[in-house]
Design a protein around this ligand. Structure first.
Ligand code: KIV
Ligand code: ZN
Length: 386
């Protein structure tokens, strides 16, 4: 395990695609998988092959299409699932079977009507069976977020002994607080025999808006793989957002973590996923939302025009956005007006700016946003008054 390289496991095509109304066909899955490969993700979870013949075909097609990333297929701890996943992955250059079982009391008692010992036996059997097909086997302890740490450590130790290479600790219901999730990873890292030859992985859901914070807490406590999706798309409130994790690690270099992501492709990839899935990105979404680099209040606009870093911690070019936007609204000041006028080729003198600004405020109180055409009209009206 490298001490500071964080592996990005993208599950847009599996957990992300579980969003109602987000069905992708095989061609779209291939297109997105190629985009993810270009983006530099380490692992692509391409689907859940037993779930439908279409998903099987998509996983198989993704394996044929990409060459660098590991391609992963999901399965329950059920022989039929695992065998089907192995068949779907047969063309992968670097196949991984992702198998697992629920470990919280709620899963054990209500979903499986089993005992804790039986769950460990099933988990071990699943990993051993998966190992008979591929070398790289990832184990997930579903609802690990609500599983007590001592029992979780016993499950993980048993599957490590059975040959699991990656240990996924999902906060399936998005329940944990960052400190709690971080301590869970730390507890496993410090107490599970054999864990140091494996990779610990985070897989966080966003039900309380904490998926990204929990994933980072996991990394700070020993996890070296982060499972995430583009735009944070996924079940219910979604999964950890890939672009957020990558940029947090990049913007805080003193933490010492790196990823293999080409950050300039974050925005184009976000738009592609949003378009193919028919899921618009919320405008205020960090990194990839339409307003992530837009400034509309006078004080902020003045600051950004004088020096971009005053109100921006990321250079938009670094994430594939051409430039920050100065949006003209009734909250804008003279600095923003002069700046935008200059952008459309109108260098205003001080008197012109004063007159134009008064006209501008009349318009801006009537209209939410003043665009370039409006601005041309405002400047012309102000000049007529001169
Ligand atoms: O959230 C979850 O627990 C999952 C597992 C199937 C990995 O998506
Ligand atoms: Zn999940």
């Amino acid at each position: 395990m490298s001490s500071n390289r964080i592996y990005i496991f993208d599950t847009t095509l599996r957990d992300g695609e579980q969003v109602p109304g987000c069905k992708l066909n095989t061609d779209q899955k291939i297109e997105l998988a190629l985009a993810l490969e270009k983006l530099g993700v380490d692992v692509i979870e391409a689907g859940f092959p037993i779930s439908s013949p279409g998903d099987f075909a998509s996983v198989e097609a993704v394996c044929k299409a990409v060459k660098d990333p590991v391609v992963c297929g999901l399965s329950r701890s059920v022989e039929k699932d695992i065998k089907t996943a192995a068949e779907a992955l047969k063309y992968a250059k670097r196949p991984r079977i992702h198998t697992g079982i629920g470990t919280s009391d709620s899963h054990i008692l209500h979903k499986f009507k089993a005992t804790r010992e039986e769950i460990i036996e099933r988990a071990v059997a699943a990993v051993k069976y998966a190992k008979s097909f591929v070398e790289d086997v990832e184990f997930y302890a579903e609802d690990a977020g609500r599983t007590d740490n001592e029992y979780l450590a016993r499950v993980i130790e048993a599957v490590v002994a059975a040959g699991a290479t990656v240990l996924n600790i999902p906060d399936t219901t998005g329940y944990c607080l960052p400190e709690e999730y971080g301590l869970k990873i730390k507890y496993l890292y410090e107490n599970v025999k054999g864990i140091h030859k494996c990779t610990l992985s985070t897989h966080c859901h966003n039900d309380l808006g904490l998926a990204t914070a929990n994933s980072i807490a996991g990394v700070q406590n020993g996890a070296r793989q982060v499972e995430c999706t583009i735009n944070g798309i996924g079940e219910r409130a979604g999964n950890t957002s890939l672009e957020e994790v990558v940029m947090i690690l990049r913007q805080h270099p003193y933490l010492g973590f790196t990823t293999g992501i080409n950050t300039k492709l974050l925005n184009p990839t976000s738009q592609l996923v949003s378009d193919r899935m028919g899921m618009p990105v919320q405008p205020n979404k960090a990194i990839v939302g339409a307003n992530a680099f837009a400034h509309s209040s006078g004080i902020h606009q003045d600051g950004v025009i004088k020096q971009r870093e005053t109100y921006e911690i990321i250079d938009p070019l670094e994430v594939g956005v051409d430039q920050s936007k100065i949006v003209l609204t009734a909250r804008s000041g003279r600095a923003a007006l002069a700046y935008r006028a200059k952008e459309i080729g109108q260098n205003l003198t001080k008197d012109e700016l004063d007159r134009t600004y008064l006209k501008f405020l009349e318009w801006a109180d009537r209209k939410k946003e003043i665009d370039d055409t409006d601005l041309e009209g405002i400047i012309a009206e102000a000049r007529e008054l001169a």
